[in-house]
Design a protein. Structure first.
Length: 305
């Protein structure tokens, strides 16, 4: 007697080097009911949607066990940012796409993307604490965010945080990864009497053992929280000069994993929404085909010529 064919619903998360994601004509992630071994079936699904792609072999990035079987999120990419997409599909900014999802689906998509990009083991979404599943800072509140680039007026409000897009000579951004798998830019709250540049230089040193060049204003993100006064989260950019040995952050006691990520990919790990898309797009320079590099514990001596 032959065994019944196993059917699995697979959802494809195909990302591109410019920070977009593939959707169907209704703005949803492509999904198929597939049969057979999960990884082989997922590969067939991805190849069917990207027959002309030179991207990497797809990997099973996240699974979600439900009462009626096994659902999968399969990540493919980041793929070259070419204009061609399969018929009936389009590309949407990653952050804008995440914002339209509910919290649970958005967290699952982030998990799939982070797991695949970072080369981590398969994340089982049913265990409660898969890597990268924790919400980002943006998603941990009921607040709303409005991005104001440096070229546009910004509302008068105190600066609550200063974070930095710190770029090496290849246009890669420095990200820090905490023990839950959540990625962030280096930065934090100003100390009394500090100016923005001093805050960023201090936080970069404390969180990532990084030395930086003179920072420049990229823009401000206005943070609106119900029942609280308006505050600004300042975003700056600076050249990343060197990375010393890893050491614990004096504020949290945690030693972060440090990553060098092509700026256009950074939003795939940050998941900050449309305002993050705007920031990453403004900084998307250099060689986008260079992959993510984890900085050795002992650091890197020089990053600029």
């Amino acid at each position: 007697m032959s065994r019944p064919t196993r059917q699995i619903r697979a959802t494809l998360v195909a990302t591109f080097t410019d920070g977009t994601v593939l959707t169907d004509h209704c703005g949803r992630l492509p999904a198929r009911v597939i049969t057979g071994a999960p990884v082989l079936a997922a590969a067939r699904l991805a190849r069917g949607l990207h027959r002309e792609s030179d991207g990497p072999v797809p990997a099973l990035a996240a699974i979600n066990r439900t009462a009626d079987g096994l659902n999968m999120l399969v990540h493919l990419g980041p793929l070259p940012a070419t204009p061609s997409v399969p018929a009936g599909h389009r590309r949407a900014p990653y952050g804008a796409f995440l914002e339209q999802l509910g919290p649970a689906p958005a967290a699952a998509v982030r998990t799939a993307v982070r797991t695949a990009l970072l080369g981590r083991p398969v994340a089982d979404l049913t265990d409660g604490h898969p890597p990268g599943h924790a919400p980002t800072r943006t998603e941990r509140t009921s607040a709303t965010y409005t991005w104001h680039p440096a070229t546009r007026p910004v509302p008068a409000a105190p600066v609550a945080q200063v974070w930095g897009w710190l770029l090496d000579r290849r246009g890669r951004a420095l990200l820090i990864l905490d023990s839950r798998g959540v990625a962030s830019l280096p930065g934090g709250r100003p100390d009394p009497g500090e100016d923005d540049r001093t805050t960023l230089a201090r936080e970069a040193a404390e969180e990532a053992s990084a030395t930086i060049g003179p920072p420049h204003l990229l823009g401000d993100q206005a943070l609106h929280r119900p029942g609280h006064p308006l505050v600004l989260q300042r975003r700056m950019t600076a050249h990343l000069l060197s990375l010393g040995p890893s050491r614990p952050d004096p504020d949290t006691g945690e030693t972060y994993t440090r990553l060098l990520v092509p700026a256009s990919w950074a939003q795939l790990l940050l998941g900050w929404g449309p305002e993050g898309d705007e920031q990453a797009t403004a900084l998307a320079v250099g060689d986008h085909q260079v992959g993510i590099e984890e900085v050795p514990t002992q650091g890197l001596a020089q990053l600029t010529r």
